[in-house]
Structure formats: structure tokens, C-alpha cells
Write a protein that binds this ligand. Structure first.
Ligand code: NAP
Ligand code: ZN
Ligand code: ZN
Length: 350
């Protein structure tokens, strides 16, 4: 199969910084779309991956899965996009299309294995595939999203992972008027969850370890903000229908299970590399549910983009050049970002 060379930013080994590297992309297949990448968000999953925290990283790695761009080329049978369209790519770039889940656009549950946008086996070229910290990307049109014109492109990029990852469980657990919903962690996912849960009509309570985020959490839409390290504040809470846990590091989930109503759900989306401890009494008292959720399917990702355009929701971002990406990862590790880094990919050619 024909390939072409593309400039990217990646990491060649665990101990090396990210720097400019050349990667290969396949030449366009008949249903492929080529996107010039304009903006790419930085998710904590990119950080877990480049640091091999989940023990599944193959180097060199080019991260980036919150991709917004413009269509520059289309394969001969493409019908959903034309050259010049705004378009986006998130976490999933392929799946089997045949299993019961793919048929319902729950590609995130594909029984035969999905292809993520980076660090996944490349079915066409062999080896691993490469993500959005690059000039362009080539993806089958069925896995490419339409970006509503009205959204600001840079701050819409985080909707492709942070947005869908919190929207999907909030919708699944029927967030809406009359529901009391907690959001743990005011980071990239958490700040989107506050905005989206509020737009769905719920009473939203943010839990944070950072006193410096209290005013922001209220501005983002939280009705109440609780400092989770303050036992008195934690004890004074009335019970929740659902709590969404976006924390990236090891923490105590039992204190949140104890804040649920009977039959309430604690839903994990955060992916700390270490196991979490569950006390059986936290779960059995009150018939509590401890669940998880992983990104969302392609149709639901389009739905969150359209929902956010309708409700005027995008991420609060800090726009950076690619040359600042190593510093950005160091700051993300320390929780020092309000609330998502997005890379202006024009800087790649500097
Ligand atoms: P982030 O921007 O770094 O936010 C994580 C937040 O967690 C921090 O801002 C902080 O909030 C809180 N936190 C961090 N360390 C903590 C600790 N030791 N104890 C308590 N709270 C702590 O990360 P993100 O991009 O939102 O991602 C969050 C997690 O979700 C990551 O593990 C990521 O891999 C995962 N993720 C999962 C999916 C999925 O589909 N399931 C998709 C995307 C990301 P406060 O300062 O407010 O306490
Ligand atoms: Zn992500
Ligand atoms: Zn499938």
C-alpha cells in the first residue's frame, strides 16, 4: 500500500521528551477522508499513555485524540464529506461494523476489537497507528464527525473526548431536572461534566481537592462546590442520585458511595493506573451501584457536538504551540491547567 511522510510530534522512548518526528500515513482508500489538523486537545489519557502507565504503550507514540480539522482530500466513494468541510476525529477510528454493538453505533463496545486513534494496531500499514499531534490524519468517513459551524474550533476540540466521555454516562443515568448529580474532579473531563450536567437541568455538585477551583466551578455551572478533603463539608451532604468520578489518580471511592441514595450510582470514567479499594459495606448498604463508562460511540459523539452547539458549550482552554507540549504535560501532571490544553497545530510547521 502507498504511504506518505507526515510531520508529527511524538515520543520515541519513555525517558525521552516529545519532539518532531516523521511518521507514515496510508494513501487514501476509497472511503477515506484526509483532515488537515487545526487543533488537538491534550487529555490525561495522552499523559497516561506516553508515560506507559497502563503498561500497553508501544514507542514511538504520537498521542492526540481530540482532533479538529478541515477536509483536504476525499476518497472516490466518500459521500458524507466534501473538501473544505470542518470535521473532527475522536478516540475511535475503526471497529468491526458487524457485531450487535457496532450495528447500534456502540462502537466502544465492539466485540471484535475497536481501533483507537493511536497506539492501536494499524490494520493497513502494520505496526501501531499515530494520533493527532500531526499535520494530518486519514480516517474512514464512518468514523469522522461533523463540526457545527457555530462552535469555536479550538475550544470544541475537547468535546471529542472529554465531552463525549462525560455526556454518555450523564445521559445514560438520566441526568435531568429533579436529579442531584455529583462530579468528582474539576479537570478536563470534570469541568465539561459540570457544564453538560447543568445544561441537562440537574442540580450539580462539584467535588474538588483544590480550593483555588471553587469560584471557577460555580462559574462553570455548579450549584454547590465541596472541598472533598474537608470531612465536615463531606458529612453535610444530602444524598445523590448519581456521582461521576473523573479522578486520574488513586483515591477513596467509598466516601462517595456513602453519599449515594439507595439504588444510586457511582460511575467511574477516570482511569488511575492503580487499583481502587472497595469496601463491601459501602456497596451493600442501600443497594448501591458502582459502574463505569468508556468514551461513547460515533453517533453519540456527533450528538454531543450538536448538543453543545445548541447549548453554547465548549471547553475552557489554554491554547499552546506544539513546542510547549512537554511543559504542558508536566503541568497537567500537577493539575495546573484551567481546564484543557489545546494545541494550535499551525505551530507544527514553525
Ligand atoms: P485532568 O484534567 O488531569 O483532571 C483530573 C482531576 O482529578 C484533577 O483536575 C483533580 O481535580 C483530580 N485529581 C487529580 N489527582 C487527584 C488525587 N490524587 N485525588 C483526588 N483528586 C485528584 O484529567 P482528565 O483529562 O479530566 O482525565 C481524567 C481521567 O479520566 C484520566 O484518568 C483519564 O485517563 C480518564 N479518561 C477516561 C476516559 C474514559 O472513556 N473512561 C476518557 C478520557 C479520560 P481537583 O483539582 O478538582 O481535585
Ligand atoms: Zn481522552
Ligand atoms: Zn463490532
Amino acid at each position: 500500500m502507498g504511504t506518505k511522510n507526515v510531520i508529527a510530534f511524538g515520543k520515541e522512548a519513555l525517558e525521552k521528551p516529545l519532539h518532531s518526528i516523521n511518521i507514515k500515513r496510508r494513501e487514501l482508500l476509497s472511503h477515506d477522508v484526509e483532515l488537515e489538523i487545526l487543533f488537538c486537545g491534550i487529555c490525561h489519557s495522552d499523559l497516561h499513555a506516553i508515560q506507559n502507565e497502563w503498561k500497553n504503550t508501544t514507542y514511538p507514540i504520537v498521542p492526540g485524540h481530540e482532533i479538529v480539522g478541515r477536509v483536504t482530500k476525499i476518497g472516490k466513494d466518500v459521500s458524507k464529506f466534501k473538501i473544505g468541510d470542518l470535521a473532527a476525529v475522536g478516540c475511535i477510528v475503526d471497529s468491526c461494523r458487524k457485531c450487535e454493538y457496532c450495528k447500534e453505533s456502540y462502537e466502544q463496545f465492539c466485540e471484535n476489537g475497536w481501533t483507537l486513534v493511536f497506539n492501536s494496531p494499524d490494520k493497513h500499514l502494520g505496526g501501531q497507528n499515530y494520533g493527532g499531534f500531526s499535520e494530518n490524519i486519514i480516517v474512514d468517513e464512518d468514523y469522522v464527525l461533523h463540526i457545527p459551524e457555530k462552535l469555536d474550533l479550538a475550544s470544541a476540540a475537547p468535546l471529542l473526548c472529554a465531552g463525549i466521555t462525560v455526556y454518555s454516562p450523564l445521559k445514560n443515568w438520566k441526568t435531568g431536572p429533579g436529579k442531584k448529580v455529583g462530579i468528582i474532579g474539576v479537570g478536563g473531563l470534570g469541568h465539561m461534566a459540570i457544564k453538560i450536567a447543568k445544561a441537562m437541568g440537574a442540580h450539580v455538585v462539584a467535588f474538588t481537592t483544590s480550593e483555588s477551583k471553587v469560584d471557577d466551578a460555580k462559574r462553570l455551572g455548579a450549584d454547590e462546590v465541596v472541598i472533598s478533603t474537608d470531612d465536615k463539608q463531606m458529612k453535610n451532604q444530602s444524598k445523590f442520585d448519581m456521582i461521576l468520578d473523573t479522578v486520574s489518580a488513586k483515591h477513596d471511592v467509598n466516601v462517595y458511595l456513602n453519599l449515594l441514595k439507595a439504588d444510586g450510582s457511582l460511575v467511574l470514567v477516570g482511569l488511575p493506573a492503580q487499583p481502587l479499594e472497595l469496601k463491601p459495606f459501602s456497596l451493600v448498604n442501600g443497594r448501591k451501584h458502582f459502574s463505569g463508562s468508556n468514551i461513547g460511540g460515533i453517533a453519540e459523539t456527533q450528538e454531543v457536538l450538536d448538543f453543545c452547539a445548541k447549548k453554547n458549550i465548549t471547553a475552557d482552554i489554554e491554547l499552546i504551540n506544539i513546542q510547549q507540549v512537554n511543559e504542558a504535560f508536566e503541568r497537567l501532571q500537577k493539575g495546573d491547567v484551567k481546564y484543557r490544553f489545546v494545541i494550535d497545530m499551525k505551530s507544527l510547521s514553525k
